[in-house]
Design a protein around this ligand. Structure first.
Ligand SMILES: Nc1ncnc2c1ncn2[C@@H]1O[C@H](COP(=O)(O)OP(=O)(O)OP(=O)(O)O)[C@@H](O)[C@H]1O
Length: 504
């Protein structure tokens, strides 16, 4: 092990619990693009001391690689000081450095005081309009997952999702993927498909809201008319994966049709009497909070049947550390599409990245990708990529409409909940997510997100069949005892037992 690795990871692990969140600097943009996403933990600051940021300090690292400092010749060797204040705030002191420092796009002359809440959301720090860093409280622990060329991101959330994608790929369980519009639900479904043995078979995504009732049966199940046979979506997905998008936006008729398919495990194309068994993996996406779905409706029954496993993808603003990497990827992708083989030579300026990091992004990753396309078009033949003033005025962080955290009982940032606090609250609420969310002052969706993030915290859907079997036998089918034994909610457990055919 090299000395640098020692400083950036292992020495740190001995000082703080690896699930603990510590102030972390993440590179959002750097003249050397390969450095985007590298992180450096400010452990002295965490331990109420001072930390320093300069050309030569601290060391940043990614994916367990050896660390290295920013090493940019335009950044001064004399440091910016991060000084912890007795009241939990952090003072950023730029007295002695020649580096031009901006915080959230505004110049800092001497000092700038950061509040704890700002650190929760992430504070955007610009250096000489060349390098942009995000200072944010992030967990030291990161699941060791390789970069993946389908689901980009360095946040703990995306890494945890990538780990689950790997696990899910070898199973054929239905998967429900939740999250707001544009967060990457379909992309996650595609990642599972690509990682599975079905990867060479079709991946069919169905926009259920666009299916008209009059033709729904034919579109879903296929049809035959005057000897002309049209395959339905389920048949088209034969051997592969079908993704039923935004299930709650489909009509009641479509819900009923899907329910019939699941009951029978087969489809009968319109105009025929042939029964065709369905042979594809089913995934669902939903942008609604589960609490908003009417109980005992066909939709809720459908979701229950198809939610053997759930993934939750958080909004982009809760994982701002992903923005730099995603934007860089989208810019290169768009460049290639628009200008073919012309070498990619435009630079992402510090100013542009600071702007991108502070927007609200109600349309999440899809919106970021659209902005990347427009930026590439608008910056053709320019040395640096820039935002057109008209686009800039549309992107200002004004509205937070549509944000998942807009529930009335939401009082705090989910990121401020530690693993221990989550475990204790889950236990005191009998592992009920809704009640846990209320007690913690966060949404149910955020509780789900945290469970996904912390290793060893689970829902009933995460239990293996073997574990359930053993606990069922040990506790003589008593679900109250099984709940304490397995540390998951009784309702979820009963659902799981029912779906596995246990007698309860
Ligand atoms: N982590 C990611 N890595 C790479 N590309 C991503 C990622 N997340 C999303 N994208 C891209 O962003 C766009 C939106 O993603 P996607 O369609 O999966 O979102 P969605 O949540 O299914 O949206 P909607 O709810 O509106 O259907 C797509 O172009 C997708 O390829």
């Amino acid at each position: 092990m090299s000395a640098t690795q020692y400083t950036t990871k292992h020495a740190v692990d001995e000082l703080v619990d690896s699930y603990q969140r510590v102030p972390m600097l993440v590179i959002a943009t750097h003249p050397d693009r390969s450095r985007i996403g590298e992180r450096a933990a400010l452990i002295d600051l965490h331990n109420e001391g001072n930390d320093y940021l300069s050309r030569v300090k601290p060391e940043f690292a990614k994916n367990g690689n050896a660390g290295r400092a920013l090493l940019d010749e335009f950044i001064s060797r004399s440091p910016i000081i991060f000084q912890s204040e007795p009241d939990g705030r952090i003072k950023l002191r730029a007295h002695s450095t020649k580096t031009t420092v901006t915080v959230v796009g505004r110049g800092v002359q001497d000092e700038y005081v950061l509040h704890e809440r700002e650190l929760d959301n992430g504070v955007v720090i610009g250096l000489n309009h060349r390098i942009v860093l995000l200072l944010k409280l992030l967990p030291l622990h990161d699941s060791a997952v390789d970069d993946n060329d389908v689901l980009f991101g360095i946040s703990s959330d995306i890494r945890a999702i990538r780990q689950r994608v790997e696990q899910l790929a070898s199973m054929s369980l239905p998967v429900m993927i939740r999250g707001a519009a544009g967060v990457g639900k379909q992309q996650a479904a595609y990642a599972i498909h690509q990682a599975s043995e079905r990867r060479d078979k079709p991946f069919i995504s169905v926009n259920l809201a666009a299916i008209h009732d009059a033709v729904a049966e034919a579109e879903l199940f296929g049809s035959e008319r005057d000897g002309n046979r049209q395959l339905g979506y389920f048949e088209q997905a034969n051997g592969g994966t079908i993704v039923l998008e935004d299930i709650e936006d489909a009509s009641v008729n479509v819900h009923r049709l899907l329910h019939t398919v699941l009951q029978s495990g087969s489809v009968v194309p319109v105009g025929t009497e042939d029964t065709q068994p369905i042979n594809c993996r089913i995934m669902l996406t939903s942008h609604k909070d589960p609490g908003d779905i009417e109980e005992n409706s066909t939709l809720s029954m459908l979701i229950e049947k198809l939610s053997a496993y759930q993934l939750f993808i958080p909004p982009l603003t809760e994982r701002r550390e992903d923005i730099g990497l995603l934007f860089d990827y989208f810019v290169r992708e768009q460049w290639q599409k628009l200008y073919g083989n012309r070498a990619y030579d435009a630079k992402i300026s510090g100013e542009l990245m600071s702007q991108l990091m502070t927007f609200h992004w109600p349309g999440n990753v899809r919106q970021l990708r659209n902005v990347a396309r427009q930026v590439v078009i608008d910056s053709r033949d320019q040395e640096q990529l820039h935002l057109d003033p008209q686009l800039l005025s549309m992107l200002r962080p004004t509205s937070v409409n549509g944000h998942w955290e807009e529930e009335t009982h939401v009082q705090r940032r989910p990121n401020s909940v530690s693993r221990n606090e989550l475990l204790e609250t889950l236990e005191s609420c009998r592992f009920e997510l809704q009640a846990t969310g209320k007690k913690l002052g966060i949404s149910r969706a955020s509780v789900y997100q945290l469970i996904q993030r912390f290793e060893g915290v689970r829902t009933a859907q995460d239990l293996s069949e073997e574990e359930i079997k053993q606990s069922y036998e040990k506790n003589r089918s008593d679900t109250e005892k099984m709940m304490w034994d397995l540390q998951v909610s009784q309702i979820g457990l009963r659902r799981r037992l029912k779906s596995l055919g246990y007698d309860i």
